[in-house]
Design a protein around this ligand. Sequence first.
Ligand SMILES: *Cc1c(COP(=O)(O)O)cnc(C)c1O
Ligand code: SF4
Length: 332
Amino acid sequence: MHDGSSPSESSWQRIPLVTRPAELLALLELDPALEALDYEHLRDFPLRVPHGFVARMRKKDPQDPLFQQIWPASAESLDTPGFSSDAVGDLASLKSGGVIHKYHGRALVIATGACAINCRYCFRRHFPYNDSLASRGNWRETLAQIEADGSIEEVILSGGDPLSLTDDKLSAFVSALERIPHVRRLRLHTRTAVVLPERVDEALLGWLSRTRLQKVVVLHVNHANEIDAAVETAITRLRGAGATLLNQSVLLRNVNDSSDTLAALSERLFACGVLPYYLHLLDRVQGAGHFEVNENKAVKLMGELAARLPGYLVPRLARELPGAPAKTLLPW
Ligand SMILES: *Cc1c(COP(=O)(O)O)cnc(C)c1O
Ligand code: SF4
C-alpha cells in the first residue's frame, strides 16, 4: 500500500502467474514437445499457476507431483464414462439463486469463483460462474439468509477461493456476520494460502485476529512438497491470528496415491500445526479421469496409513454426493 499502487489493490494481486504452457516447460527445463491439451480445450480452463508454486516443482521431471496437478495433459480431452460436467450437483443449487448450501448448523457460502491456480482435477473447470456470486451486492442476500436462520452457528466461506477477494470485501462481510448473534464460527476453505502464501498479509491477519468469531482455516494441500518455508510462515501467522488449522486433500493418481506420500503429507502438515481433516475421492468431472484412484485402492491406502500413523494424523476418507446431509465417509 505504500508503493504507489492504488489503495484498493494489494501487492498479492499483482503477482504474475504462469499461463502459457511453453513458458512453464521452459521454467522447468522440460521437453518443449511434451504433449498438452489442444488450444480449443485449454481456452475453457487455462493453465494458471503462481511462480512461487512452480518454484516448488522439481526441474526436468514431468512426473513431479505438483506439476501433475496443474499441467493441462492431453488426456483431459478424453471422455471418461461416468464423468460428467456437474459431478457434485452444485450447478443446480447455484442456478436456483442458492449461494448458501446447508449442512446442519453450517452455511456454506460460495464467495467467489476465482482461484489463484487452476487445478486440473477441479469441478470448477465446468462452472460458468465468474468472480461475482455471493460477494455481489455487498453480500446482502447472503447475510439476510444467515440472519433469518437461528440454527446457523458456523459460516463457511468457500469457492473458488475466498482469499481471491480483497480484504476490504472480506472484512466488511465478517463485520456484518459479527452482528448476527447466533453466528459463532467462521471457516475459510482456501488453497490460495498454500499456492500464494503472500496472500496471508497484514491486512488479512488484521481482520482475522480482530473478529470475535472463532476461526477455522481449512487448507488444501495434496503433497508435502507444496509446503515450503514461505507456506510454513503463512500457516504460522494464521495460527498466530487465532485460527485452528485443518487440511483437506484430494486423492490423485500419480500425485499422492501411496501410503508413503500420504504419511509424509500428514507429518509435514502436523509439523506446521495443521491437522489432516478430509481425504476426498475425486469428483467425477469430465477431463479428470486420469486422476482417478479407485475406491478399493483408497480403502487399502487408508488401512496402511492407519497402521503407521497416530489416529489424529489419519484423514477421513470422504466422497461428495449431491443432496446428502453430510459428507459421505467411506468405511475402510
Ligand atoms: C463439506 C461441506 C460442509 C462442511 O462439512 P464439514 O463436514 O463440517 O467439514 C458444509 N456444507 C456443505 C454443503 C459441504 O459440502
Ligand atoms: S484451488 Fe480449489 S477450487 Fe480452485 S481450482 Fe484448485 S481445487 Fe479448484
